[in-house]
Design a protein around this ligand. Structure first.
Ligand code: FAD
Length: 286
């Protein structure tokens, strides 16, 4: 099939820029292309995994013996009607927020700088500075496992901390209901959000953002730092000096380097603090 490539290095498809190869890889741009690809995979009987912009995933160095569907190019359009904005799954979140801010529509500013796609961010219920993407979400259009297009209203979806019941669906687009506001003040707000991120996070390095979820009444970064793990390295994987909950690829880290460092940090925090950290990053093919 024309849309499917074979034996593709995954490095260029996820933010860590580490290892892994896909037996098959496809980058659909429309729902029709996506349906054709899913039909092909059903007939072929191969397993599949989905990624969006790849900002919260780590593939193992091994061959993924199935189909990787990259959704970062899917439905790259935005439609606005008054306070409602419908956004395709592949639109980068920062583009959506620049669009809504310029249009004088408020609600998404705190999420500015999260480097994911809109679809991946809905699935993850991405959030920052006290806001989550689900706060302003009205509806999501999805493809279910049988290939049917469904519209799920906000009330039909469960959202939790960096998780949602959208797992198992393919997000095609999302509809937001926002509030009118002054575009100039929204622009200032997103600029401020971006500078807060630059100050606190190693945004210049390859990473997946926060490796671990925030444990109850604590912060993963604080726990990791207080175990003396900042700067610890395995190969080219390093616990960031700037933010201890970020593990960065300093250049040529393998996925195994990153994975081993994640496990080492998790074990050390558990042994020293008695707190079991849970990965926020999605580990694929380990
Ligand atoms: C520097 C940096 C900073 C970050 N800061 C934050 C932050 O402040 N807050 C935060 O919440 N996250 C943060 N992240 C993590 C990440 O950006 C978010 O989780 C983002 O929402 C993931 O979107 P994505 O498109 O990259 O998804 P991916 O990483 O590609 O995939 C994540 C999950 O979503 C699924 N998925 C992706 N697209 C779809 C789709 N269309 N339909 C169904 N499933 C899909 C994948 O199968 C996978 O399970 C940060 C990451 C980095 C690198």
């Amino acid at each position: 099939m024309k849309l499917i490539s074979e034996n593709v290095f995954l490095k260029d498809y996820y933010f860590y820029r580490a290892g892994g190869t896909a037996r098959y890889l496809a980058c659909p741009e429309t729902a029709q292309e996506l349906s054709g690809i899913l039909e092909w995979r059903r007939k072929k009987g191969v397993s599949y995994t989905l990624i969006g912009a790849g900002s919260n995933v780590l593939f193992s160095d091994d061959l993924f013996d199935g189909l990787v569907i990259v959704l970062a190019g899917l439905n790259r359009w935005i439609v606005r009607s008054r306070q409602r904005v419908i956004c395709g799954a592949g639109v980068p979140l920062h583009c959506l927020i620049e669009f809504t801010a310029l249009s004088g529509l408020a609600g998404l500013e705190n999420l500015y700088g999260i480097p994911g796609s809109t679809g991946g961010s809905c699935l993850m219920n991405a959030g920052a500075f006290g806001s989550d993407i689900s706060d302003n979400l009205e509806k999501v259009e999805v493809l279910d496992s049988e290939g049917r297009v469904l519209t799920l209203s906000r009330g039909e979806i469960e959202f939790g901390y960096r998780k949602s019941s959208l797992d198992g669906y393919i997000v095609l687009s999302a509809e937001f209901l926002l509030k009118y506001a002054d575009p100039l003040s929204l622009k200032k707000k997103i600029d401020l959000t971006a500078s807060k991120r630059d100050e606190k996070q190693p945004v210049e390095s390859c990473s997946c953002g926060s490796v671990f979820k925030r444990p109850e009444n604590n912060y993963a970064g604080t726990l990791i730092e207080s175990c003396g793990l900042k700067g610890l390295r395995i190969g080219d994987a390093e616990v960031s000096e700037k933010h201890a909950n970020f593990i960065v690829n300093k250049g040529n880290a393998t996925s195994l380097d990153i994975y081993r460092l994640i496990k080492y940090v998790k074990d050390t925090v558990y042994n020293q603090k008695g707190i079991l950290l849970e990965e926020e990053v999605k580990l694929i093919n380990f």
